[in-house]
Design a protein. Sequence first.
Length: 347
Amino acid sequence: MFAPLTQLRDADVSGYLRHSHEQTIISFIEEGRRETEQELYRVLDERLRWDWEVRKKKVFDKLGKFNVGDNTRGGSSLRASALGRTVCGATTGVVSQFATSLSMFNKMIAYDKIIRRLNQVRLVGTAYPVVSALIQTAQTYAESAPSIASTLELIRHMVAEPPSLTLPLSHSLAYILNTPLLERRYARAHLGNQDAPAAAESQKNIANGACVGLEKQYLEFVDATIQQDPANAAIGGDSSVSNRVMGYLRCAFHCGGRWDKDLELLRGRPVWAHILYLIRMGHLREALDVANESANALKRGKQYFFTYLKAWVDSSSCALSDSLSNVNSSGEEAKQFEASTREILTH
């Protein structure tokens, strides 16, 4: 409610009615705004709760869901049967629910032991490879959630955690491992100035670790593909990385005695793809050897490619020097090479 702009006289009936009409309109507008705001917050709250329930269901489905309601119904059916009533299907429900809850309980106990062990060693000031321990447990239950172990393996590479540690037998020897190598290793750089060299170095180490982990997983994927079709892979007794990549290329792009039409061949061999996949898996020296074997053929299409590749492999920073970038007049080939290798390493 608000007062009129001008003072109304007692006999000013029209002014009073006009003011009342304006008050009613403003009240309706304010009430509508309030209801709209309340409805908005209600819908947002329902949406948030629904989204959380969906996410929680996905997590429980991976870890092994324990449905309390079903277990209660199963118990009721069992008690009813004990009183002499016939209940069809009650036994099956109880057994299946018991198996599910037992599997979930075993997982919880396995992970609980790891966290309990972590807390124990932290109390005495020693290091503990917690991610590696979680990987071993996840591999034990890989059937229900196969991606957890591989994700943890990638995290282990990112934080550069050693797969195992020789733990001290007593607290007097704890100083041997009581270093910031594992615990809070990245805390200072993460919580400090993000423009500081320490923060940049920390981010670089995490990125390099992730790259190593992804390269290892891709090599495992290549080996798994070869095992599915060993006859087509035809790697023979040569188990080198270069030959395994060639076997993978045969499995993926060679069919009916012909290579895929999208592959660019040099003297009948997919040299470019061979080099690409070796770089993708972090085997730069092997990629350089493959390029060296076909150096003459490569020079016909890309005159300076082998020179750039060798300089890039030999460089500690994986970058070309300014002198190499200006080997030809425009340096466009060097720019294309750096862009291509950067794309390989980041995808």
